[in-house]
Design a protein around this ligand. Structure first.
Ligand code: IFM
Length: 437
């Protein structure tokens, strides 16, 4: 097996709303996901994995697996219930205890500032479609660095801004559930501006800290060899990948997509004056990779004129292609098109197959081992990979899909909150340990 260099830290990821529960405790305010969740499944994150109460035991699990890095998110409504004004000391203390506990166990804490749980009062005031929300986020970032920067050295501003902007505001399947393209484009821009403001705030407050952003990125493959499908794949790439990568790393939105959105959505070119803020230098690019995408041209379908095509087999329980070579290809492309820079894999994982024996997640063992192998190959090709995080440490609340979809290394019995490491957790533990020998 291609070995990853020993200085690549291996860990796992989670997000606040997906695991914490305690939705009404210790002064936590309401978030857009409290409002939105349950619409599809009747299930919510109100209790989730009850991690807010069980965090100590969860730290024990992480230590037993030998994790070197743990990526979690800070729930904005827990630390600033109204999204502006007063901060909540009890909320901040929770993350301080967690970060201290991680450090005591030799696990490096990585905090994401926004993993989708906007305080509802900010949504009521217009949400991310309002420019003011970017400034509210900068205030949150400053307060978090000041209160926690002595125990957390690694920060991620946003998780998957594409999903927040477009799935939440154009496709409507994630909170706040809007279907309006001009709004989604405004949201995307404000998220990027807020990222730049938060990076600047970190430099001012903690010059030694490390900061990046996590994007969901994927190679996009045409369904056929036709020129129309190739052009559709290029548009999808512009929508999912380049709309975020280009302003962050190249100082401009991609011209082909600006022209398309102007034509088909009536976008007026996004504020050029903001590009310097958005392009504020970062220390690493975070990548969430799950699967490549397949598309087919369909001129009448939405502003992009395309539809999803059948994924190439093999596929996972969610119908996603299992394609470790896609990870190597993606990292190679990033180096080629955006320059060699530190890369952190901030999420990578696969949902469980439905089975009688939930702990025997052999598909996750194969998935992770193949993706780690592909990562080793990407490093040999020249990618500067520094960290890798499995999504996810625990089975958890999978947003609009509820609890039926399980991504955890560790199984959670939601009736009893009992945690049991799956076969993949034990495999990952041994993989981490073997690298140290
Ligand atoms: O559960 C999500 C996570 O919150 C963001 N990235 C993808 C994961 C799996 O769908």
């Amino acid at each position: 097996m291609m070995r990853l260099p020993p200085d690549v830290k291996l860990g796992a990821s989670t997000a606040a709303y997906q695991i914490e529960g305690a939705a009404r405790e210790d002064g936590r305010g309401e978030s857009i996901w409290d409002r939105f969740s349950g619409i599809e499944t009747g299930e919510t994150g109100e209790v989730a994995c009850d991690h807010y109460h069980r965090w100590r035991a969860d730290l024990g699990l992480m230590a037993a697996l030998g994790l070197e890095s743990y990526r979690f998110s800070i729930a904005w409504p827990r630390v600033q219930p109204d999204g502006r004004g007063a901060f909540n000391a009890k909320g901040i203390d929770f993350y301080r205890r967690l970060a201290e506990g991680l450090r005591e166990r030799g696990i490096d804490p990585v905090a994401t500032l926004y993993h989708w749980d906007l305080p509802q009062p900010l949504e009521d005031a217009g949400g991310w479609a309002e420019r003011d929300t970017a400034w509210r986020f900068a205030d949150l970032a400053t307060a978090a660095y000041e209160a926690l920067g002595d125990v957390i050295a690694s920060w991620i501003t946003h998780n998957e801004p594409w999903g927040v902007a477009f799935v939440g505001h154009a496709e409507g399947t994630k909170a706040p559930g809007l279907c309006d393209w001009p709004t989604a484009l405004r949201v995307a821009h404000h998220l990027l501006v807020s990222h730049g403001l938060a990076v600047r705030a970190l430099r001012a407050s903690r010059p030694d800290a490390t900061v990046g952003i996590s994007l969901n990125l994927a190679p996009v493959r045409p369904a056929s060899a036709s020129a129309a499908d190739a052009a559709a794949a290029r548009r999808r790439d512009g929508y999912v990948n380049r709309w975020f990568l280009d302003p962050l790393l190249r100082g401009a939105y991609p011209g082909d997509m600006v022209a398309l959105f102007e034509r088909r959505v009536g976008l007026s070119a996004p504020g050029a004056a903001d590009l310097a803020t958005i392009g504020e230098p970062i220390d690493f690019l975070g990548i969430n990779y799950y699967h490549p995408e397949y598309v087919r041209a369909e001129p009448k379908s939405g502003p992009l004129g395309l539809v999803a095509a059948a994924p190439a087999p093999p596929t996972s329980a969610l119908g996603w292609s299992i394609d470790p070579a896609g990870l190597r290809e993606l990292l190679g492309r990033l180096v080629r098109d955006y320059g060699r820079r530190p890369l952190w894999i901030t999420e990578n994982g696969v949902p469980d197959e439905l089975r009688q024996t939930p702990l025997e997640d052999t598909e996750r063992v194969s998935y992770l081992s193949a993706h780690l192998e592909a990562l080793g190959e990407a490093v040999a090709d020249g990618a500067d990979v520094r960290r890798y995080h499995v999504w996810s440490l625990l089975d958890n609340f999978e947003w609009e899909l509820g609890y039926a979809v399980r991504f955890g290394l560790v199984h959670v019995d939601y009736a009893t909150q009992r945690r049991t490491p799956k076969r993949s957790a034990l495999w990952y533990r041994d993989y981490i340990a073997a690298r140290k020998r």
